[in-house]
Design a protein around this ligand. Sequence first.
Ligand SMILES: NC(=O)c1ccc[n+]([C@@H]2O[C@H](COP(=O)([O-])OP(=O)(O)OC[C@H]3O[C@@H](n4cnc5c(N)ncnc54)[C@H](OP(=O)(O)O)[C@@H]3O)[C@@H](O)[C@H]2O)c1
Length: 249
Amino acid sequence: MVHNPFSLEGKTILITGASSGIGRATAIECAKMGARLFITGRDFLRLEETGKMLEGNGHEWKVADLSERKGIEAIVESVPQLDGFVPAAGFTRLLPIPFVESDELNRILQVNTQAPILLTKGLVKNKKLNKGSSVVFVSSIAGVYSVSPGNGMYSASKGAIQAFMKSAALELAAKKIRCNAVNPGLVNTNILSEGKLTNEQLKARKELYPMKRFGEPEEVAYAIIYLLSDAAGWVTGTSLLIDGGFTLQ
Ligand SMILES: NC(=O)c1ccc[n+]([C@@H]2O[C@H](COP(=O)([O-])OP(=O)(O)OC[C@H]3O[C@@H](n4cnc5c(N)ncnc54)[C@H](OP(=O)(O)O)[C@@H]3O)[C@@H](O)[C@H]2O)c1
């Protein structure tokens, strides 16, 4: 057999937001690397579609709304013992500051920030993360390396999860649990196709990327696989920037 320190063979991994985009691509690629997946999302049909795309056997999926406490509790209760956790669910809402409303702000913070924190808490408290586990938060360049007008709520949610990641890395090191983040620039997923940015705005944004293209979900998935794997055994508390050079300028 070929030596592969990036293999996920024998590992069980929980991925939220697996019904679409980066979460879906991560689930598919992790299964190809030998992992057994427990995936969650809000939309049953899209989640089931991901489930059917996974190589190998023994994968499970569960519908859960992460803006609700009971959704978070249901995931913690039903997951098996884990070796990896990737909270990938998230969304953005572009609103200039005068139009920010507390309901919308709460929803973004609930899904992008509170859910990953409370899921981590639930998994740790219930001893669901095995020794040697890896948690990979899906942060962003937004709120960490750069900001853009109208994206303040999202930037706040991602900056906060980045800070939590570092704190969790320090606190959970004694339990041999590693915590890291990936920080993608713009990636071709629903987030881009939902009409939040016009075609003209997307074209202008693309020009700002040195490689003149956005990322692909698989390009983020491969970085997540590295951080989940034993190849990253001494890597904790760090962030992996994946932005085609956008933040160099
Ligand atoms: N695409 C980018 O440019 C980019 C860049 C940097 C970071 N990110 C981050 O990457 C992560 C994945 O985003 P994506 O681009 O892959 O977007 P996406 O294709 O829209 O996928 C978002 C995922 O989050 C789930 N989700 C949203 N709200 C939820 C809720 N209340 N409860 C449970 N699940 C919920 C969705 O579930 P359903 O589809 O089932 O509703 C979906 O699976 C997010 O955290 C995002 O902030 C994205």
